[in-house]
Design a protein around this ligand. Structure first.
Ligand SMILES: Nc1ncnc2c1ncn2[C@@H]1O[C@H](COP(=O)(O)OP(=O)(O)O)[C@@H](O)[C@H]1O
Ligand SMILES: [Mg+2]
Length: 239
C-alpha cells in the first residue's frame, strides 16, 4: 500500500506549508526508494512556490481547493490519492488551506495520517481543537482508525519545552503529540528561497526535523500506529 499524508489545520499561519516543505525534503533525502509526490491544495500556493523554487521536486502540483469553484480539482485530488494508495512505493504529501472546507475533510478521511501543526499559544490551540473534533467525529461515525491524527507542536520558543497546556487542551481527543519543532529564524527566511533541511545544520531545529521525520517513518510508514490501534481494538473486544 502507498501512503498519503495530509498537513492540515483550520488555523492559518501555524506552519502547515513550512512543515510540508521540510518533510518533503526529509523524504527526498531519507526515503529514496519511495516515489514522492506533492500536492498543494491551498489557493495561496506557498508550499508549491517554495518547492518549485528548490527545483528538486518532479511530482509537484498546485490544485487549489477552497470553498467554491473547485469541483474539478477536488475530483483530481481524490483520484490522485486513490491511485497513490494502491501503488506500493508511493508517498503523497498534501498541503492545505486554512479553514475546513468539506472537500478537504473528505480527502483527509482517505489519508493515512493528518499532521496538525500548532503553536503552544491559546489563540492557536482552540481552533486546532475544533478542527480535530470535526475530523474525530467523521472518524467515529465511520468507525475508522485512520487518518491517525498527529499534532505537531511548532515554533516552540527556545526556552519553552513545556507542552502541558497543549496536552491538557487535547486530552479528550484521540491524538498523538509528535516531538516538537523550535522557532528558527532561518526557517522563516526560507519562505522566499527554500533550500531544504541542510541550511539549518548545527541548530536544534535540524536535530528536531530529522527526529520528526524518523518518527513519521517509524510510526506511519512503518505501520507502528496501525498495529497499536489494531491491538487496542482486540483488547476492547475481549472486554
Ligand atoms: N519552526 C518555525 N520557525 C520559524 N518560523 C516558522 C516556523 N514554522 C513556520 N514559520 C513561519 O511562520 C509563518 C507561517 O508559516 P506557514 O507555513 O506559511 O503557515 P500556514 O501554511 O499554516 O499558513 C511563515 O512565515 C513561516 O516561515
Ligand atoms: Mg500554508
Amino acid at each position: 500500500m502507498g501512503c498519503a499524508i495530509m498537513v492540515a489545520n483550520m488555523k492559518g499561519g501555524v506552519g502547515k506549508s513550512t512543515l510540508t516543505c521540510y518533510l518533503a525534503d526529509y523524504f527526498r533525502q531519507y526515503q529514496k526508494k519511495r516515489n514522492l509526490s506533492l500536492i498543494d491544495t491551498d489557493v495561496q500556493g506557498s508550499s508549491f512556490e517554495m518547492l518549485e523554487a528548490d527545483g528538486g521536486f518532479e511530482n509537484l502540483r498546485h490544485l487549489p481547493i477552497g470553498d467554491r469553484y473547485d469541483a474539478v480539482n477536488v475530483v483530481t485530488v481524490d483520484t490522485i490519492v486513490r491511485n497513490h494508495l494502491s501503488a506500493a512505493k508511493d508517498l503523497l504529501l498534501i498541503d492545505t488551506c486554512a479553514g475546513k472546507p468539506d472537500s478537504i475533510c473528505q480527502i483527509a478521511m482517505m489519508c493515512h495520517c493528518l499532521l496538525v501543526p500548532v503553536s503552544i499559544n491559546w489563540g492557536d490551540i482552540r481552533p486546532t481543537r475544533d478542527f480535530i473534533e470535526e475530523i474525530q467525529d467523521r472518524k467515529d461515525s465511520s468507525r475508522a482508525i485512520t487518518p491517525h491524527i498527529i499534532v505537531v507542536p511548532n515554533r516552540i520558543p527556545y526556552q519553552q519545552r513545556d507542552y502541558s497546556r497543549l496536552k491538557d487542551a487535547l486530552s479528550e481527543l484521540d491524538v498523538v503529540i509528535a516531538p516538537g519543532l523550535s522557532d528558527l529564524s532561518i526557517v522563516r527566511h526560507q519562505t522566499e528561497k527554500f533550500a531544504g533541511i541542510d541550511p539549518t545544520k548545527g541548530t536544534r531545529f535540524y536535530e528536531e526535523i530529522i527526529h520528526f521525520g524518523n518518527f513519521i517513518t517509524e510510526y506511519i510508514l512503518g505501520g507502528k500506529l496501525d498495529s497499536i490501534y489494531a491491538n487496542n481494538n482486540v483488547i476492547e473486544l475481549r472486554r
